[in-house]
Design a protein around this ligand. Structure first.
Ligand code: AP5
Ligand code: MG
Length: 210
């Protein structure tokens, strides 16, 4: 299965992606994670991406498309993959059409008023990438899954989140219509449902796509 995960920053893409990838034995490819790993390792791509991710703007399309195009040729993609955070604008979507055949686009709709709190309160595990929210951590600073240290992403501050939401509304939201016209959109509501409940809804639909 070849899937795209669409949704605003904080909609729960990463949270659902790990669960979906595990259940269907497909690879989770997050362009945001790829950029963060490159920044951490001080690579050329990381040096270029840093100013964009820190300010909430999109990394230039040519760089991002080239990374994904190459990544999809790896052996582990043969059983399928889940793209999280790509494509993010019309240019990227049209580019993807030239080198991939997507089976479905999981779109997580969410009340925009929830996003600022979700993102500014998010803590992420340095080791396994699991996401938490401060409101449920009760002061715990390590990951319940692997014991790794929890940290706050540099772009999870009110100013950068504001910019990320604006970029989403202007450039990424039109993709719902783009994939809707292709008959690929699978819509879900992520506002009220806890992550596990939302995952159950997604599985019901994806099981039929397999
Ligand atoms: P990226 O890493 O993709 O960030 P994002 O799109 O802003 O999305 P997030 O990862 O912040 O949110 P999420 O939807 O994954 O939410 P999560 O599951 O963590 O991109 C970062 C940057 O990289 C971009 O700004 C850009 O600069 C660059 N970039 C990436 N891709 C690019 C591309 N294609 N082109 C150009 N540039 C690109 O959940 C959020 C919080 O909510 C957590 O605290 C979680 O615990 C909580 N939560 C999740 N689900 C629920 C639920 N159901 N109920 C209650 N709480 C929940
Ligand atoms: Mg994410």
């Amino acid at each position: 299965m070849k899937l795209i995960l669409l949704g605003a920053p904080g909609a729960g893409k990463g949270t659902q992606a790990t669960k979906i990838a595990e259940r269907y034995g497909i690879v989770h490819i997050s362009t945001g994670d790829i950029f963060r790993a490159n920044i951490k390792n001080g690579t050329e791509i990381g040096l270029l991406a840093k100013s964009y991710t820190d300010s909430g703007k999109l990394v230039p399309d040519e760089v991002t498309v080239a990374i994904v195009k190459d990544r999809l040729t790896w052996d582990d993609c043969k059983n399928g993959y889940l793209l999280d955070g790509f494509p993010r604008n019309l240019y990227q979507a049209e580019a993807l059409d030239t080198f991939a055949n997507i089976d479905g686009v999981v779109n997580i709709n969410i009340d925009p008023n929830l996003l600022m709190d979700r993102l500014c309160g998010r803590r992420v595990c340095r080791e396994c990438g699991e996401s938490y929210h401060v409101s449920t951590l009760n002061g715990v600073t390590t990951c319940a899954r692997c014991g790794g240290e929890l940290y706050q992403r540099k772009d999870d501050n009110p100013e950068t989140v504001g910019e990320r939401l604006a970029v989403y509304n202007e450039q990424t939201a039109p993709l719902i219509d783009y994939y809707g016209k292709k008959g690929l959109i699978l819509n879900f509501t992520g506002s009220e449902a806890p992550a596990d409940v939302l995952f159950g809804e997604i599985v019901k639909v994806l099981d039929k796509l397999q």
